[in-house]
Design a protein around this ligand. Sequence first.
Ligand code: ADP
Length: 616
Amino acid sequence: MTLALDRSDETAEAQGVYALLKRIFSENARLYTRSYVIAVICLVLVAGTTAFSAWILKDVINEIFVNRRAELIPWICAAVFGAFAIRGVASYIQAVLLAKIGNDIVARYQKRVFARLMDLGVNFFATSRSGELAARINGNISAIRDVLNLTITSLARDLISLLGLIGVMVFTDWFLSLVSLLIGPPLIIAVVYIARRIRAVTRETVLLNARVAGTMQEVAQGITVVKAFTMEQQLAARIGWLIDQAFERSNKLVSVSERMTPLTEFLAGAAIAGVIGYGGYHTVVNQEPPGAVMAFIAALLLAYEPARRLARLHINMERAMVNARMIYDLLDMEVQQNDAPDAVPLEVEKGRIVFDRVDFSYQEGIPVLHDLSLVAEEGKTTAIVGASGAGKSTLIALLQRFYDPVDGQILIDGQDIRRVTKGSLRGRIAYVSQQPYLFEGTIRDNIRYGRAEASDAEIEEAARLANAEDFILAQPQGYETEVGENGITLSGGQRQRLSIARAIVRNAPILLLDEATSSLDNDSEKLVQDALDKVMKGRTTIVIAHRLSTVVNADRIVVMEAGRVVEEGNHRTLINKPGGVYARFYALQGGEQPDLLDKKPARNAAKEETPSAAVS
Ligand code: ADP
């Protein structure tokens, strides 16, 4: 499996179930001390009344039915009723309290995990599949709630009930108790064996189920491609295979964990039959009053449920722990590109960007950028051109500190970006990606993601500048229209303009732009281009250029090839450079597709009066 979090079982096991349990408790129990104390008192009451109801059976039978003491009837009845009433109320309170704590735990872990996901570097997301990750996290978090609740209920209710009932049994007949307790050891051996088998299967089941959910989500997201390529059957076969695997594992899990059931029934049956035989024989032959035996049998029968639950506890815990461990693997994952301890906020006066002999590789041994130096002058536009895979996006990623250079440094106004806080660095940068992403919320929210404290007026001004106002006002609720999964559908160009408005609102001195290559229609393209021209004005802009107009008008053009800068200059100097890469490309415009510049083929660029088509 290709999950980033999929650590080997050995490391996970080495962490130790009990160390993990201790950690879960130390992180959570403290927060709920009061509720837990009340819940535990209630659970003890439940346990106590359970034991009491067995114990009183002796008096019910001996005093009422054998000794016929009528005056005791009301007292005994009242005691029985009282015990059940207390049990009822206590059960209710503990159930509500524990469920509320459980919900709170789920909510808190969801927030923690989300915060951690936000902290993790882009490299983590580059290696995880979003749907799968989300599905798995959901399952994992509910398991942490189960760990806590299982432990509390089992210890406070089942263990105390069991001890109370064993107390009643020992008190009424120690010899019989000893014989009955002989079923304990074989039960424990079985539990340990089953728990071990369950660990591996649980892990596989969780991962497979997450893959199924993840694949379904991917299909939903890419449904147009699925339909266009008539991939339905291939995908159905693939997901069918995954589902079958998950199904098989789930069945295996059930058949292993349910092996406890016949065993406990068998042992309990033997014990109860034995007690009835022995006790019955005693009562009949020795003419003893039957109360004690009846109380003993009642205690034994009542002890069966808590004993069964305790026996299963270890098995259920094992399943919950496997999940909890996965969450902690995620929470413990090291955050790269952390702020240095002495990091200071970035001070941007001019916004001059310098790449100083930068080497970089994503994976060791596969260099992507080699000794790359370039300067993006303050307030000017620097266009980066180069074939696909030349390292243009990598350059932009490094500048935002999604990754750190292996060697060399990146400076903004003379400050090494590794020495400043990530927050201040990214706060001074506005980024417009090739793919315009919109997020949960309204149109207004989506623009405000650029800067949380932007006023409504600033948002509307940005929308105007981004040529987005017309279509926003045409929406049913204007700026308050919901976008995203279940909201309105916007065209590619409209999304672009919203993401440009977001960049305008950010009002940052540095603008990073990955020009869209998806073909917008001419009108839309013009509107987007016009919006971009406005936002670029006066800002230090680095643009991964795909359009001829951007390149021609840029103050400086940097031509990249295989992770190196091969040419630099403005359009005029570069086209006049004999034998130059850029000159060759330019000469080829309108002819055959040059391999220097990537993405979409020229749309009769040479024939158009204004060079607004794609570069290549
Ligand atoms: P461009 O933007 O010019 O098309 P990129 O910067 O995306 O080029 O990619 C440069 C090189 O780095 C390519 O060979 C690409 O395969 C590799 N690369 C890009 N992103 C990653 C990544 N997350 N992990 C590993 N290699 C990557």
